[in-house]
Design a protein around this ligand. Structure first.
Ligand SMILES: NC(=O)c1ccc[n+]([C@@H]2O[C@H](COP(=O)([O-])OP(=O)(O)OC[C@H]3O[C@@H](n4cnc5c(N)ncnc54)[C@H](OP(=O)(O)O)[C@@H]3O)[C@@H](O)[C@H]2O)c1
Length: 324
């Protein structure tokens, strides 16, 4: 089978499309014929090995897993011993970031519990783009952020996967949402429904005199004190990721800062695929529109990862791997 292989850390162009043996499912696993996969920040880190601290997770000298890609959709082709929840022919999808194999391959063996059944009305491309970003958005917005009706919400890094889905989750609560991102994405963000947009190079939202009840941050480039300044009394700031140095400051200070004004700083640890049923309900009620960039063919994956890493994408970059 064909797969995108990372034999060492480096620029995405060193990735190779190679023929490797088709895997067989172990007990508890299923073999999936991959139909679509999506590009994530995780892939950029795994391919480049940057920032260096990521090597503690991905492998010190070279990536531990050769086949990259953490989000997929496809068809179950075989099931291993003990699998009761899925059967051959099921259309499935999921975030497989805890598995040892990757999604940019024609076939992939994954623990059955890492996959859920795809709603019939959802395309394979949409499903591939849903699990990782939507769960970051939902868990940040609802579980940790405790969004409530009437909140004034800001999403920083709003034009990417988390922000475009986060907006649509937020709108279920009849809230006003401001999105911060790069200038070229603001039109798309307005058309999706952001009430206000800010180009981060033209205005620093932590210095614009506004305060918010809930801030969701996919970039985390500012100091914790700047986020506190932008929170209204009782406000919550939730980061899903960003600059390592800033995240470490948050880890160290979140327990102490803001208590007097009842402001909370929180860091999301993603619980893979937990809450996807809520996304199905939104999707089937036509209240969730997935912004897809692509699909691009499997052989263009190195290009697609560079395109993503350079921030030229809008929404989720999707790779078409096989035919349904
Ligand atoms: N918490 C967890 O357990 C966990 C697990 C996995 C991943 N993550 C994190 O989740 C995040 C994924 O977010 P995503 O998928 O939405 O990423 P994304 O698709 O790359 O979107 C991020 C957006 O932010 C924009 N941006 C860049 N610099 C900015 C700045 N200084 N201020 C405001 N916006 C800026 C980007 O624009 P350009 O494209 O122009 O750069 C892009 O549109 C990452 O931080 C990742 O590390 C967290």
């Amino acid at each position: 089978m064909k797969a995108i292989i990372a034999k060492k850390y480096g620029p995405p162009e060193q990735l190779q499309l190679l023929d490797i043996p088709k895997p067989s499912p172990k007990p508890g696993e299923v073999l999936v014929k991959v139909i679509a996969a999506a590009v994530n920040d995780f892939d950029w880190g795994m391919v480049t090995g940057k920032p260096d601290i990521y090597r503690l997770i991905f492998g010190f000298l070279r990536p531990k897993r050769e086949v990259i890609g953490i989000e997929l959709s496809g068809l179950v082709e075989a099931v291993g011993d003990g699998v009761r929840t899925l059967a051959v022919g099921d259309a499935v999808y999921g975030d497989i970031s805890r598995s040892t194999t990757g999604a940019f391959a024609e076939y992939c063996c994954v623990p059955a519990q890492a996959l859920i059944k795809k709603p019939k009305s959802m395309s394979f491309e949409e499903a591939a783009a849903l699990s990782h970003a939507s769960m970051l958005a939902w868990q940040a917005m609802v579980k940790l952020g405790q969004i409530k009706r009437g909140d004034k919400v800001l999403i920083n890094g709003a034009g990417g996967g988390v922000g475009t889905i986060g907006l649509q989750i937020a709108k279920q609560y009849e809230v006003e949402v401001t999105g911060v991102d790069t200038g070229s994405k603001l039109e798309m963000m307005k058309s999706l429904g952001f009430d206000h947009t800010i180009y981060y190079k033209q205005q620093d939202f932590t210095h614009n005199g506004q305060t918010y009840d809930l801030i969701i941050d996919a970039k985390t480039t500012r100091a914790p004190a700047a986020y506190l300044r932008s929170l209204a009394e009782g406000g919550r700031y939730v980061t899903v990721g960003g600059k390592i140095s800033r995240l470490l400051q948050l880890v160290a200070l979140k327990g102490f800062l803001g208590k007097k004004q009842n402001k909370r700083l929180k860091i999301l640890a993603l619980d893979q695929n937990k809450g996807l049923e809520q996304m199905h309900q939104l999707y089937e009620a036509k209240q969730l529109k997935l912004i897809l960039d692509g699909p691009y063919p499997l052989e263009k994956t190195p290009w697609a990862i560079r395109y993503f890493g350079e921030g030229l994408h809008q929404g989720k970059v999707v790779i078409r791997v096989g035919e349904a």
